[in-house]
Design a protein around this ligand. Structure first.
Ligand code: PLP
Length: 309
């Protein structure tokens, strides 16, 4: 999907024209992958435009940087305000938002401290990551031959740009083999996550999801689903998932801010259930979209309004 440009990008405290958001080729991030980012969405519903779980995304951004000993030169409040301002200034009633912090131009060499921390926020239109029909029809996935890194290699609780080289390998392999997504195992051979999604597996009315220790990103949609499912009477079990549970599951779905909630139709060409979106998957999708679209109360306090003209 090509990026659809909007008007301005927030850079270090001010809005600049989209085309001016450029960096030097010798920036630290280009060579050593020193970036941390977020992906979140603004939705248009009956209550106007709302950003979903803004504060949680900003908090995760700062956690991601902290793991790598990097401070962000803006407070959480300032970043939240800047994100709202970027959406508003671009007049985007519904959009994807990409806050990004990275080490810029300064010195070469892996020790990053002398390189400035650059902060950017972009907002632009972006449709559902796995296609508009995926939420209903689901995707066919394969278990990837690429595992997620062991916990003492790259920290997965940090949403760092460099982690996405692993994601690229997983997604490219799935693509080459004719699948819509790939599911990585962790270093012990248990289910980890999709290339950019967390995973939930349902069997006999029990919903399971891999624990943080299985090299997963602590997904914010994952957290929303856990809260919703719990309140629907299905407390989610966080625990290691053997690969073969994927082949005998009643329902599987993937979650992410870009992907939203997408059912899995088959794994390694084995149908999940009857190959159709399951009832629990739909119930959870409906609950979340009801909140986002303003048809249900924002009972968890997840929404931040944006006054878009
Ligand atoms: C590797 C990975 N796992 C899981 C997720 C889902 O996280 P979230 O629901 O916070 O978007 C993402 C998306 O950002 C991701 O990149």
């Amino acid at each position: 999907m090509p990026i659809k440009s909007s008007k301005s990008i927030w850079r270090n405290g001010e809005l600049i024209p989209w085309d001016e958001a450029k960096i030097h080729v010798l920036s630290h991030v280009v060579h050593y992958g020193t970036s941390f980012f977020e992906g979140l969405r603004c939705y248009r519903g009956q209550r106007g435009s709302v950003i979903l779980r803004l504060r949680d995304h900003v908090n995760r951004l700062s956690d991601s940087a902290k793991i790598y000993r990097m401070g962000i030169p803006y407070s959480a409040d300032e970043l939240c305000d800047a994100i709202v301002e970027t959406v508003r200034a671009n007049g985007l009633a519904e959009c994807y938002i990409r806050p990004l912090v990275f080490r810029g131009y300064g010195v070469l060499g892996v020790l990053p401290y002398e390189c400035p921390v650059e902060t950017y926020i972009a907002a632009f239109e972006w449709k559902s990551y796995l296609g508009v029909k995926a939420a209903e029809e689901g995707v066919d996935v394969q278990v990837s031959s690429w595992s997620r890194q062991a916990p003492n290699t790259h920290p997965f609780l940090s949403k760092a740009g460099c982690n996405y080289m692993s994601s690229q390998l997983i997604r490219m392999e799935a693509d080459v083999n004719g699948y819509g997504e790939g599911i990585a195992l962790d270093r012990e051979g248990f289910v980890s996550e999709g290339s950019v999604q967390n995973i939930f597996v349902i069997k006999g009315g029990r919903i399971r999801t891999p624990p943080l220790a299985s090299s997963i990103l602590p997904g914010i949609t994952r957290d929303s689903v856990m809260q919703i499912a719990g309140d629907l009477g299905y407390p989610v079990i966080e625990g290691r998932i053997p690969r073969e549970l994927l082949y005998i599951a009643d329902e599987i779905f993937l979650t992410g801010s870009a992907t939203e909630i997408v059912p899995v139709r088959s794994v390694d060409r084995i149908e999940v259930g009857d190959g159709k979106r399951g009832t629990l998957t739909k119930q959870i999708q409906d609950e979340l979209s009801g909140i986002i679209r303003g048809k249900k109360p924002d009972k968890y306090g997840w929404l931040t309004s944006v006054d878009v003209d």
